[in-house]
Ligand binder design. Structure first.
Ligand code: 5BU
Length: 415
């Protein structure tokens, strides 16, 4: 009876340790032994050590009250590198306690593999100590998957997000910077420019001008230009593209002081994205201030793009890779496309698409959240609005409405 009851748990631990092992392999971290943070991660670390023939170190929570009083059991040499295994990281405290015990015996720690990153400041605390966190899943992604599968309602998602945001603020968001304070703090010229525009024009609105005629695009850019900080384009959806359109867009960007962001979502090897950025009929690098890229192809994509353009955003469908890539390229990457704030580093702007004044979705999978939710609860910086404005009866009046809602939510962060 006992055996059959325990069977699913055993299978589950095996599954978890296999998933985590895939992250170990992908992260290419260098280590000689594994140490699970007591107690939940101990069986996971044990599975990995047995499956892959790796020496295991065990950390006691309390020293033995007899004999050597050692905190770490197992075989090691001074200078060895140990990989930490943890089930859930919240603030990172338990991991850091284990790191401390290992450091005391001369074993170093550079990486932690975790099943779930609750995104409540643990990553930042570990990074500050020179330790990289690699996770199988983040809480944002987990909620997204559970909601998509119909396992939890959007109310539950909101409640959990509210809880996470509230606790994140307590633990790590020590200071909320104004746009002008951040402009002064940031090194990247385009980040400074954008934050200055946001401050001067009192707007955190990006218009996603997803129309298929050049005339419509230019008309939107001219009429809504005064109320936005960014004009986001999909240049390849124009039926009647000509180089004159991009020249006129540039003139409008100067006239109304906004940044042009071509939402090209580069996702190929470095050499190919270089051609896609600078060649073909669109010559994106000649007129766009900003483009975005997926982290998926690895560092080559950034290396390829940065030989041609200095400003790009990382799309964070997978926050771990996005953050690693952005932090390693902060002189080129100005921020993230994401659904909630990923880091407290004020250098990075967080931009969120899928925004409407009323929550809901379209028939093709787009999910909408509100300006208030994005700016106040998810603490992102910029709302990206498309059809909410372009398909409204009066796009200019509606854009002003979004500008006011987004900016009011930003101002409310200081009250
Ligand atoms: P909408 O009309 O507000 O749904 O348009 C959203 C825009 O943002 C559209 O241009 C998308 O291509 C874009 N977008 C998005 O919706 N989700 C993403 O993850 C990214 C871009 Br990246």
């Amino acid at each position: 009876m006992k055996t059959s009851q325990n069977k699913p748990a055993m299978l589950c631990i095996k599954l978890v340790s296999d998933y985590m092992w895939q992250i170990v392999k992908a992260s290419k971290c260098d280590f000689k032994s594994l140490c699970g943070v007591p107690y939940t991660a101990l069986p996971i670390a044990t599975c990995m050590c047995v499956d892959h023939g790796i020496p295991m170190l065990i950390r006691r929570k309390e020293p033995k009250d007899y004999g050597t009083k050692k905190m770490i059991e197992g075989h090691f040499d001074v200078g060895d590198k140990c990989l930490i295994i943890e089930d859930v990281v919240t603030s990172g405290s338990s991991v850091l306690e284990t790191v401390k015990s290992l450091n005391e015996i001369g074993v170093t720690v550079k990486d932690v593999i975790v099943l779930l990153d609750r995104e409540q400041g643990g990553r930042k605390r570990l990074t500050d100590q020179g330790i990289t966190l690699h996770s199988v899943c983040s809480i944002t992604k987990l909620l997204e998957i559970l909601e998509k599968l119909g396992k939890i309602s959007s109310d539950v998602v909101h409640q959990v997000n509210d809880f996470i945001s509230a606790n994140r603020e307590k633990t790590t968001r020590k200071k909320v910077y104004t746009h002008s304070e951040r402009a002064a703090l940031c090194q990247h010229p385009l980040t400074q420019k954008l934050l200055t525009i946001m401050d001067m024009k009192k707007t955190n609105l990006a218009l996603s001008a997803d129309v298929t005629s050049s005339k419509q695009l230019l008309s939107l850019a001219d009429s809504i230009g005064p109320y936005i900080c960014i004009l986001k384009t999909h240049i390849d959806i124009l039926d009647d593209f000509s180089p004159d359109v991009t020249a006129e867009l540039r003139a409008l960007a100067d006239k109304h002081n906004f940044v042009i962001f071509e939402d090209r979502k580069f996702a190929d090897i470095g050499r190919t994205v270089q051609h896609q950025l600078s060649s073909g009929i669109y010559h994106i690098s000649r007129w766009a201030d900003l483009v975005n890229a997926h982290p998926l192809p690895g560092p080559g994509i950034i290396d390829g793009l940065k030989q041609i353009i200095k400003n790009f955003i990382i799309i964070s469908y997978s926050p771990t890779e996005a953050i690693e890539m952005a932090e390693a390229n902060s002189d080129f990457v100005i921020g993230y496309i994401c659904q909630s704030r990923l880091t407290d580093n004020p250098q990075f702007l967080h931009m969120t698409p899928g925004v409407k004044l009323v929550e809901g979705g379209d028939s093709l999978g787009q999910q909408y959240t509100t300006p208030e939710d994005v700016i106040r609860r998810k603490t992102c910086d910029i709302i990206i609005v498309g059809r909410g404005i372009t398909e409204s009866v009066d796009p200019v009046a509606t854009a002003i409405h979004y500008q006011q809602a987004g900016y009011a939510a930003y101002v409310s962060l200081f009250h």
